[in-house]
Design a protein around this ligand. Structure first.
Ligand code: HEC
Length: 121
C-alpha cells in the first residue's frame, strides 16, 4: 500500500469512528423500535404488578417498582445486583408466591426486548 493510500484509509477509519461515536449519543431508529416493542411487552405483561415510572415510595402495586432499576445497587426484594441474567431467570421461573412464570408465554427475544426497556429507564 502506498503511503498516500495508507493515509487515506487511516483518515476514512477515523471518520467512521467519529460517526459511530457521535451516533451512540442518540437512539438509532431500530433501537427506538426495540424500545417501543419492549414498552408494549412490558405494558402487556409486567406493568399490572410493577410500576416503572414511579419511585418505590409512590408505587402501590403488588410487586416492587422497577423505577431506574439499573441505576440501583440492589434489586428491591432479593437484594442482588440488578442484572439482565437475574431478571431473565425470574421472568422464566417466576418468584413465589405471587410473581408468575413467563417461560411458556414469552420467548427469548421478547424477554430481551423487555430487558432493554427496563434497562433504558
Ligand atoms: C401478578 C403480578 C405480577 C406480574 C404480572 C409480574 N410480576 Fe414480577 N413480581 C410480582 C411480585 C408480587 C413480586 C415479589 C415476589 C412475590 O411476592 O412473588 C415480583 C418479583 C419480581 C422480580 C424480583 C424482584 C427482586 O427484587 O428480586 C422481578 C425481577 C420481576 N418480578 C420481574 C417481572 C417482570 C419483568 C414481569 C413481566 C414480564 C413481571 N415481573 C410480572 C408480581 C408480578
Amino acid at each position: 500500500m502506498s503511503a498516500r493510500a495508507a493515509l487515506l484509509s487511516a483518515c476514512a477509519l477515523s471518520m467512521l469512528a467519529f460517526a459511530l461515536s457521535a451516533s451512540d449519543k442518540k437512539a438509532l431508529p431500530w433501537e427506538k423500535n426495540r424500545l417501543a416493542s419492549g414498552l408494549a411487552l412490558y405494558r402487556a405483561n409486567c406493568v399490572v404488578c410493577h410500576d416503572i415510572d414511579r419511585p418505590p415510595a409512590e408505587s402501590k402495586k403488588l410487586g416492587p417498582s422497577f423505577y431506574q432499576l439499573f441505576r440501583q445497587d440492589k434489586m428491591p426484594l432479593s437484594g442482588v445486583k440488578p442484572s439482565r441474567d437475574y431478571i431473565k431467570t425470574v421472568m422464566q421461573a417466576g418468584f413465589p408466591p405471587i410473581m408468575p412464570a413467563f417461560a411458556t408465554t414469552l420467548n427469548d427475544s421478547e424477554i430481551d426486548l423487555i430487558l432493554d426497556y427496563i434497562q433504558s429507564k
